[in-house]
Design a binder for this molecule. Sequence first.
Ligand SMILES: [Zn+2]
Ligand SMILES: [Zn+2]
Length: 349
Amino acid sequence: MKIKGVHLPGNKEAHVKKWDIPDPAGDQVLQIKASALCASDLSIYHGRPLIPGYPPGTFIVGHEPCGVVSGTGPCARSVKEGDRVAVIAFVGCGHCPYCRGGEPNLCENDMEVLGFTTHGGDAEYLLVSERSCLPMPDGMSFVTGAVATDAIANLFSTMKAMHVCGNDVVAITGLGPMGLSGVLAAAGMGATVLAIDTVEERLAKARELGAQHTLNPENVSPVDYVRETFPGGVDKGVDCSAAEPAINVLLDIARKHGVVSQIGEPGERMIAVNPSEQLIRKKVSYVGSWYFNMNEWEEAASFIVDKVGNDRAEGIVSHRYPLEEEAAGEAFRLFNAHETLKVVFTPGS
Ligand SMILES: [Zn+2]
Ligand SMILES: [Zn+2]
């Protein structure tokens, strides 16, 4: 079958072309309604894919899609034609202890990821296994569905792992789409949010999405601000910037027994911290966080609809584009230039 899908040849260009995709076999056919761009897509855009071994342009990109099931395989049991579903980006083997526990991103046998090692969702259609389909609640729009997995559910899972509650002050550094998803998640859980970034428009967006406190560290020292406003320190911190100063700020302002989660990825860069002062003497936990557990999906999805609200969740999306040649070029150009928040393709709408 021939379908339209986004092609990133790896030279900072994005095109929409017709692809020959295999017959569905046992997979379900999903008609894509929305598919979000992710910073990790830019590794392919620049010709250095995050997952080596698959040259840029091998597959249709996109790993944050959602849509409507338009055809089911012969063995389908839980999905049927017409179902609205989001898709988990990691395929996984389905059998190892991590896959069975709901974390195909930690699979021991298979690092298969949509858009990187197999065709992705910036397309008209996508073939997916039944276990990759995450049912979307009625109140969730397709645009929200596209940012509900990798972005919002990811941060929902992070906040949950830290036991964030209404009594907590949660500091978040780096207010791109991930940090703003953190604002949505923490505020939705009733926490007081302190959002930190050097870009004023992002601070304004964080306020709009529920942060009660915002701070530009170029103007105000976060350590001084927290000393005056939250004596003893903040309960929880989440870094979405991957910047060494921001990570150190969070470890400095964490209270005794506080927890700091690392989401922003420094990649090859090493980050210097002071374990004695920042971790040991405060008994602070500094933990890595990556994606969400599939078993959290239903809870995350109803949290997004009931506590965050669909319209507010769409607030992390700044640009929507049809699946067309010129639109794809502009979408990736602006996203790459950091001139957007989340960018979503809306094929067939
Ligand atoms: Zn992503
Ligand atoms: Zn596995």
